[in-house]
Design a protein around this ligand. Sequence first.
Ligand SMILES: Cc1cc2nc3c(=O)[nH]c(=O)nc-3n(C[C@H](O)[C@H](O)[C@H](O)COP(=O)(O)OP(=O)(O)OC[C@H]3O[C@@H](n4cnc5c(N)ncnc54)[C@H](O)[C@@H]3O)c2cc1C
Length: 397
Amino acid sequence: MSDLNAFREETRAWLEDNCPASMRTPTPENEVVWGGRKQEWVNPDSKVWMERMAERGWTVPQWPTEYGGGGLSIDQDKILQEELRRINARSPLQSFGIWMLGPALLEFASEEQKRHYLPQITRGEIRWCQGYSEPNYGSDLAGLQTRAEDKGDHYLVNGAKIWTSYADQADWIFCLVRTDTDAPKHEGISFLLFDMDSPGVTTSPIELISGASPFCQTFFDNVEVPRGQLVGEINKGWTIAKRLLQHERQMVSGIGGNSALGGSGTKLEDMAKHYVGEADGLIADAAVRSDVCEHRMNDRAFQLTMSRATDEAKAGRPDGNLASVFKYYGTEQNKRKYERLLEIMGTQAVGWDGVTFSEKEIGTTRQWLRSKANSIEGGTSEVQLNVVAKRVLGLPD
Ligand SMILES: Cc1cc2nc3c(=O)[nH]c(=O)nc-3n(C[C@H](O)[C@H](O)[C@H](O)COP(=O)(O)OP(=O)(O)OC[C@H]3O[C@@H](n4cnc5c(N)ncnc54)[C@H](O)[C@@H]3O)c2cc1C
């Protein structure tokens, strides 16, 4: 315990000295740091904060120090997160590299690849996108058709991906390709990494109902990918792909079980008091109060179940398939949160633009629409239920 207490003191002092004051406020949309070659530093403190955290290995606290991580234990990381929350520190770096690709590389990449790619991820130098889904091959991902032909020193990639989040802003892609067209579908897939600036790569943004265009269709036309950028063995990419999806599902499930809204930190109960009214410190309407209580109790139960799973993993009993349980529940819970919120806000929840609605209200309506995608991205709710039925409950096909 005393070691952990000393670590907390040291951490608190370091954060006090190194976290700029403007990094202790909620993050406006245009100041989120995704890193990479196209990052624009709207607030110069964001750069200072990311670089200081990266230098200490704390953009990825638990990764080994030789790959740019902090080498912290789970308990030390918990303390670091508590201390960051205590001062309302912003996340220094958002990154598919940190959440999805990095953990897969730690498990499957060669030593040379780890030393090359992982430190770039920890320092936010390269922004990654995920080239999995294709038209007709989303849930049935293993049927993917993008081809990579072996040309000796390189693979020649041809095909198209869809729903590639931020492909137009990413520097590199981790991409599933078919390298054997005769083998059963799961056994002819490989996992490639390549630069989005490679000749033959083009992206075309897709506009969404919310007005934003974070997705692209991504085309590959005779893209040459050096042989050394294959991760793992040829035709064995499906194993890597599945493990990466578990990390993705873990990440997406984290958005559930939290009654705070978006980046604002406002709680559901505060919104209810504001829109429905407050009586003696309680939400005035008994039915709304009961709904909010039920939601909060489910949040709490979900958080406790997730932390139990973390403790079990720490005790040497990890179960990757639980990611599907959490992905399913967390994303459905987040959707329910926004549905409840819309009921609470009443007519103030239907704003799109204009002066009748505040910026925050318009933002909430857009977030409600965005939340609908949570149970699709990273594999749909139905697909998670299939995984739970087969791999967790052991039910027959
Ligand atoms: C916000 C967001 C971000 C995304 N980002 C990326 C990205 O960066 N990279 C990427 O590669 N992809 C990305 N995707 C794509 C995502 O992975 C797919 O949308 C998802 O896997 C579903 O595939 P689909 O859209 O083709 O739907 P389909 O597979 O066509 O599914 C249609 C419907 O049929 C149901 N269904 C399908 N098969 C079954 C089955 N066996 N049993 C029961 N029901 C079934 C589904 O649940 C769904 O309701 C993103 C999607 C979203 C919404």
